[in-house]
Design a protein around this ligand. Structure first.
Ligand code: SF4
Ligand code: SF4
Length: 411
């Protein structure tokens, strides 16, 4: 099956300038064309799956999909890297140290599956952040984790089946509440609900939903991801909603691609395809709706950081900009390389800190050159990564989700 994907590559190299790790290293093996050659060699048995050079390249790749979006031959690079990561995990996973195996299982099958566990863990992190105990994280080797951890909110946004109704709705939107978003970004959900209501849609935060499974997909754990997908598909089917709305780009691309998880299951593949056809990023939904203009101008200079999984994986680029243009007084200054990854990429900034920091420095330089006071994005990972980069650089610019800024303009 992989053969039919990698054989589409004609080795033209047009994807190279879009690849963040190639831009940083200027080496063939750290670019998409080199990685595709390696994947082909492994699949044909010419290189060992667990050879250090191959594992390093599968790990160093951000899975940002910039190569896929620029490829004129339509090579589905994401399928290649995710399949190879799953094969590596299946072969190397059992030989990991017991502590590392336990931590991985606890994260993937505990925290991200049982969201009440995540809320308990987030409450501990919040306590540490408020009492400055997090400053001690360096003593137990968790300095990077503490620096990159999002500020846990004072209250969480739970999917308890609550409804936010409007008179004569144009439809019902299912709000994807997610995992990290519910504990770290409840204000983004609040703003999303208000904007959807303003656009004439009733909203349901239906029970039964959970994490999208992106973290399991990227970690090469398709079985875990499948269980998460089934939960969300069932919750949406039961809700009676018309559209499944997502305000985290990384989740959106995974949700839209659930079909890939069920290649060998005809019944679930069909259900996943029907589900995916209803998934929309919040910017797509709002861009398609007519609603009144903001009542007053917002005197602010903004630059837009494109989340990889919105621009490359979902190919959504115009909608966020058109929404920003609806706000009177707002000046949008485009940064250089707005579509180059900031280095966040799920947990990449923890697993590959050196490359992640190089990409973050590059991003912060491009942001600062715009002199914008607000950096708008549409993904929690980008927001956390860019915020930490701006803080370290001593910049006073703030980071906001696009719905937060829209909501500000209307309130
Ligand atoms: S992946 Fe696509 S763009 Fe890149 S070298 Fe192959 S054919 Fe060319
Ligand atoms: S997914 Fe991103 S980092 Fe990986 S090869 Fe493609 S462009 Fe490069």
């Amino acid at each position: 099956m992989l053969e039919s994907v990698y054989n589409n590559c004609v080795r033209c190299g047009l994807c190279l300038p879009a690849c963040p790790t190639y831009l940083e290293t200027m080496t063939e093996t750290s670019g998409p064309r080199g990685r595709i050659s390696l994947i082909k060699a492994v699949d044909e048995g010419r290189i060992d799956l667990l050879s250090p050079g191959f594992v390093e390249q599968m790990t160093q790749c951000l899975d940002c999909r910039a190569c896929e979006a620029t490829c004129p031959s339509g090579v589905q690079y994401g399928v290649l890297v995710e399949t190879m990561r799953a094969r590596i995990e299946a072969e190397a996973g059992p030989s990991r140290k017991p502590a590392a195996r336990f931590l991985r299982r606890f994260m993937l099958e505990g925290l991200f599956v049982h969201l009440n566990w995540m809320r308990i863990a987030a409450s501990f992190v919040r306590f540490a952040q408020r009492t400055h105990l997090d400053a001690l994280a360096a003593l137990v080797g968790l300095r990077d984790e503490a620096v990159l951890a999002p500020r846990i909110a004072d209250r969480f946004f739970l999917a308890d089946g609550q409804r936010y109704d409007v008179d004569h709705p144009a439809g019902i939107a299912f709000l994807h509440v997610g995992c990290v978003m519910q504990v770290a970004f409840p204000q983004v959900h609040d703003a999303t609900v208000r904007m959807l209501n303003l656009a004439g849609l009733s909203v349901t935060a239906a029970q039964g939903q959970g994490c999208c499974g992106a973290i399991a997909v990227h970690a090469g754990e398709p079985a875990v991801a499948r269980a998460m997908a089934q939960r969300n598909i069932i919750a949406f089917e039961r809700s009676g909603a018309d559209v499944y709305v997502v305000n985290a780009a990384g989740c959106g691309s995974t949700l839209k691609e659930y079909e890939h998880l069920f290649e060998d299951d005809r019944v679930w593949r069909k259900r996943a395809a029907a589900f995916a056809s209803r998934v929309r990023d919040i910017t797509e939904v709002l861009d398609a709706m007519e609603f009144r203009k903001p009542p007053r101008p917002l005197d602010v200079t903004v630059t837009y950081q494109e989340p990889c999984h919105l621009v490359h994986a979902q190919r959504v680029s115009g909608a966020p900009r058109r929404l920003l243009e609806r706000i009177p007084g707002l000046r949008l200054v485009e940064m250089n390389e707005s579509a180059v990854c900031c280095g966040s990429a799920g947990i990449y900034n923890l697993t590959e800190p050196e490359m992640a920091n190089r990409l973050l420095e590059r991003k912060v330089g491009n942001i600062c050159a715009t002199a914008a006071s607000v950096v708008v994005t549409a993904n929690p990972g980008c927001a956390m990564q860019v915020s930490s980069g701006l803080r370290n650089a001593g910049s006073g610019a703030r980071v906001a989700h696009i719905v937060e800024l829209l909501d500000e303009a209307y309130r």
